[in-house]
Design a protein around this ligand. Sequence first.
Ligand code: GLC
Length: 445
Amino acid sequence: MIHNQLSLVNQAKEVLQQNWTGKATKPAPRLYPHQWSWDSAFIAMGYAHYHQEQAMQELRSLFRGQWSNGLLPHIVFRPGLVGAYFPGPDYWQTERSPHAPQAVATSGIVQPPVHATAALHIYRHATDPAQARAFLTELFPKLVAWHQYLYRDRNPEGNGLVYIRHPWESGQDNSPLWDAVMERILPDPSAIPAYQRVDTHEVNISNRPSNLDYDRYVYLMVKARQHDYHETNLRADCPFMVQDVLFNTLLVQSSRDLGAIAQILHHDPAPYLSWANQTANSLNHKLWNSQLGLYQNYDLVAQTPIAVKVAAGFLPLYAQVPDATQAATMLAAMHSSGFRFNQGWMIPTCSRHEAAFCHERYWRGPVWINLNWLLCQGLRHYGFVHEAANLKAASIELVERAGFHEYFSPVTGEGLGSANFSWTAALLLDFLMEESAVRPLQRRA
Ligand code: GLC
């Protein structure tokens, strides 16, 4: 490894060490002081390369917050930090659900399922196979319960396309994907409890979601708690229900990885592989747009596709959902439809041709390292090695120039949002160390 890459590896480890709370890793020093679900999965994949104990602890800590119906919450709150983050446990009121854990405070929504993928990643980089196998044995039933929850409670059409019921469940909080749906939501001000944002004290307010966005986020949270988090009742009344491409793509890969874990543990992988196939087929049947060369979200309330071009529309490459012909169409679209692939800083979260594009605003244009990391793997699957190499090089260069930021301007390369962001560090570590020893998948410990 060349000298400056070694120094970048050390800096990344330092970021993670600073965000380590003793039990888990905060996504960022102040902006996100608790434990977040998909962040922790990415973070664990970084630790897997050099600190297996901490990688396993990261996931164990998250699963302490799992509900008895399998729901894996998007936040597991650290005790004693009242007021450090909005909305906190007093707003979520998860005690209204008979399924929420009593000993741990959590939110009442989920985030994309990357956890089986992270657990398998830990196993495949383990230096102590017996310990790694014991870890998989411990986590397997929890992962199964998590996926069962999604396929049982979030799959109303029975086609394996699960829905999200809050923009935060997508991980792409204020993406233009949600604009049309959110604009329909006109909450009566009396339906929104008084609240104080905390995020705007930490980073430039103009980059963050607007106050009106926040009112709607809070309104959707209140809806869920009014129904005591009873999914069937909530579904009949929820104004936001979307089949999201990114979420379902990660579910395909994670279900496949759950199958691989089952195989390692000598269980039958068939149920998990069948989930993965069903979701992949439905992504192709329902969400593929051959004219645009990308996959599109579907609004279940308005019963209409969401026609916004975002980078997440290319992510099914990561889970090998498209066939080779579709993949070639997607690559052409990446070059031509406002993503300016291979020029400038890649890959903007939203097409530059969209009216909503803004190079500095959170999920409305900026580059995020997790999307680059996922897409890079997707490009490799189809032999687009040149594009994949460029995307990896751009990700490394962005961080080298600007630091371990939360997101980056695709126009100037400037680092934006929080500094010292954990998943930027963890996934950069994976980029830099990915050639290190990997346990072959078929091997039985
Ligand atoms: C923001 C991001 C979300 C992430 C969280 C913690 O809310 O949109 O994806 O999980 O921050 O980093």
